[in-house]
Design a protein around this ligand. Structure first.
Ligand SMILES: [Zn+2]
Length: 146
């Protein structure tokens, strides 16, 4: 019986499972971690303070990233209250506004292209009309000659 077709025993499966634990199992992605796993990683290493790290008045609410690069670094995160966190998000919204401008530009280009096409269609139509009239006259002349 070929090895690949042999049914894995329970014990064998457990061995494979253990071998895949830790750095080998794909959960560890170095600095390239997903949003939520990274938050979990930071939360484990950075205890949540009682108060917001920014205003130090209101209760801390959320773990917020400072650089926007989501580094695997506890110093790149801070616990903020709702209000400070929203202010931070406002900073991000400015970036989104930039993307909106890009989108509007794309729409503007589309519009211009449409107008360009419409104008050209008219040109093509006129060209075709002239060609058609010319041929019609030629045909008529031919008919007359016969
Ligand atoms: Zn605050």
């Amino acid at each position: 019986m070929p090895l690949s077709k042999k049914k894995l025993t329970y014990e064998h499966k457990m061995k494979i499972g253990k071998a895949n634990l830790g750095k080998k199992n794909g959960m560890w992605k170095g600095n390239n971690v997903g949003y939520f796993p990274l938050h979990e990683w930071i939360k484990k290493r950075k205890p949540k303070p009682k108060f917001c790290e920014k205003c130090k008045i209101r209760k801390s609410y959320d773990l917020a990233n400072i650089s926007g690069n989501y580094k695997r670094d506890v110093n790149d995160f801070e616990y903020l209250c709702r209000k400070c966190h929203m202010n931070e998000d406002g900073r991000l919204k400015k970036l989104q506004g930039f993307n909106d401008n890009k989108r509007i530009n794309a729409e503007e280009k589309k519009k211009r292209y449409k107008i360009y096409c419409q104008k050209n269609r008219e040109k093509i139509r006129l060209k075709y009309k002239r060609w058609y009239e010319k041929n019609k006259i030629k045909k008529l002349n031919k008919g007359k000659q016969k």
